[in-house]
Ligand binder design. Structure first.
Ligand code: SAM
Ligand code: SF4
Length: 473
């Protein structure tokens, strides 16, 4: 029997890339590959790339430069190493990668991962292979599900893609071009995936999609189901203690999603709802299809049904034409909403997007300065949010042993890491923890029950109660 071949995969960017990396590992497991964390012993290296900002794609070319040396070393030892570039840079710059990086054997776009075995075989016969078409068939119908051992090895929290692509065409964003048009998976397939994960010890599911709340999948009743209806169905799957979803667009928050937050105890009260800017003029130039008032109204609808709900967001500073007054609008919106955390980025022109042709630009110095001011404000809100947990008893889903011996780490409903001294037996349980202190972004506390005494499980999927968290103004 041949020894297994070794696969090293490195992912950049979003949660969907993390999920896609696992799907590629599952696909190649059928070809006799096992995963390795060591690039130097790999027979196959996959770079799963991100194209969302300029630096992300430049990173790929520098990584390929380093890989050339590793590949040459392997060749001197008599071993052929294949190098694959996957993900959104592959989709957007396939031909350019082939031209610029002779070290690459296969370039494959995100919709064609199920073709990886054939592409590798093609590269072996003909030297190199490139596939960046959007195939007519749905890749999910062909990607093998993970085996029980792979699920258990990946831990108690898992992503599940429910929707891919985007039809919104924000003027700064490459996603509609690299991931294609919006496609939703049928409800039955998602239910099967979640049930299999739950059967193998997964306790927390994050439904992911570029525009996850635009989900409109075919339900078992033949109707089109929304994300809220899907969440209601998934909440009934035995073993699932927590449900989350990401990333949402403010325009696609419908009543079924609000109802899910009202009704489902397993749906965590923490929503990533990017607004990008606090200026209506800039939101219009971004083609966001919502105003700041629309955004505030959506936040109010969530807060009306779940007082303990918290939000995070994404922001872009320095979009073409952004004035100091526009930026002041962003700071004012952040102050008004009060976030538990947020990501903020300097605008980066992406080739092929409408904003890349806009002339008015903000100077690099102004962008840097605005980013610092915004991040200081967000950091202060995040610290206040974390400090507010001190002295409270909060539910924590325990994930793994921490670096410090004897400590186990888990996450609160708001994804804050929380550490306790306890036995590893608590991994996979939701237990109440009294929070005593805060160390940078981590909460430290003590279990208030013994591990076997009272795992916190919602008795049903319906909400029992909710404690109040006060955020912002
Ligand atoms: N679908 C999500 C939404 O509508 O907000 C976001 C998807 S995108 C993968 C993640 C974030 O990257 C965006 O929310 C935006 O803040 C940022 N981003 C996207 N394009 C960018 C660009 N050209 N320059 C800077 N940041 C960008
Ligand atoms: Fe990009 Fe806008 Fe679609 Fe989000 S909604 S993926 S920012 S085009």
């Amino acid at each position: 029997m041949n020894p297994p071949r070794k696969l090293h995969i490195k992912s950049y960017g979003c949660q969907m890339n993390v999920y896609d990396a696992q799907r590629m590992v599952d696909t190649l497991a059928g070809e006799g590959f096992v995963e390795t964390s060591r690039v130097d012993e790999a027979d196959l290296v996959i770079l799963n790339t991100c194209h969302i900002r300029e630096k992300a794609s430049e990173k790929v070319y520098s990584e390929l430069g380093r890989l050339r040396a590793v590949k040459d070393d392997a060749a001197r030892g008599g071993r052929h190493m294949n190098i694959v570039v996957a993900g959104c840079v592959a989709q957007a710059e396939g031909q350019e990668i082939i031209r610029r990086a002779p070290v690459v054997d296969v370039v494959v776009g995100p919709q064609s991962y199920h073709h990886l075995p054939e592409l590798l075989a093609h590269a072996k016969r003909h030297g190199r292979a490139l596939e960046t078409e959007f195939p007519v068939e749905d890749k999910f119908g062909f990607l093998p599900p993970p085996g029980a051992d792979a699920i258990r090895a990946r831990g108690i929290s898992s992503f599940v893609t429910v929707q891919e692509g985007c039809d919104k065409f924000c003027t700064f964003c490459v996603v509609p071009y690299t991931r294609g048009t919006e496609v939703s998976r049928p409800v039955a397939k998602i239910v099967d995936d979640v049930a299999r994960l739950a059967d193998n010890g997964v306790r927390e599911i994050t439904l992911i999609g570029q525009n996850v709340n635009a989900y409109h999948g075919e339900g078992p009743d033949g109707r089109t189901w929304s994300l809220g209806t899907l969440l209601h169905r998934l909440a009934d799957i035995s073993g699932i203690a927590r449900l989350r979803y990401s990333t949402s667009h403010p325009r696609d928050v419908d009543d079924t999603l609000i109802a899910a937050h009202r009704d489902l105890a397993v749906l965590m009260p923490f929503v990533h709802l990017p607004v990008q800017s606090g200026s209506d003029r800039i939101l219009a130039a971004m083609n966001r299809k919502h105003t700041t008032d629309d955004y505030r109204a959506v936040i109010d609808r969530f807060r009306a049904v779940r007082q303990d709900i918290a939000f995070s967001s994404d922001f872009i500073v320095g979009f073409p034409g952004e004035t100091e007054e526009d930026f002041a609008g962003t700071l004012a919106l952040v102050t008004q909403i009060g976030y538990a955390g947020a990501y903020s980025f300097k605008y980066s022109p992406r080739p092929g997007t409408p904003a890349a042709d806009m002339r008015e630009t903000v100077s690099a110095a102004d962008m840097d300065e605005r980013l610092v001011r915004l991040q200081e404000l967000i950091d202060s809100q995040q610290s206040a949010f974390n400090r507010a947990a001190i002295g409270r008893t909060v539910d924590v889903l325990f994930e793994r042993s921490a670096r410090n011996p004897g400590q186990i780490v888990g996450r609160t409903a708001y994804l804050q890491p929380a550490h306790v001294m306890a036995s590893p037996d608590i991994i996979g349980q939701v237990l109440p923890v009294r929070i005593e202190s805060l160390e940078r972004y981590s909460l430290l506390g003590e279990l208030t029950v013994s591990a076997n005494a009272r795992p916190v499980q919602p008795a049903s999927s319906q909400i029992a109660n909710s404690s109040q968290i006060t955020m912002g103004a």
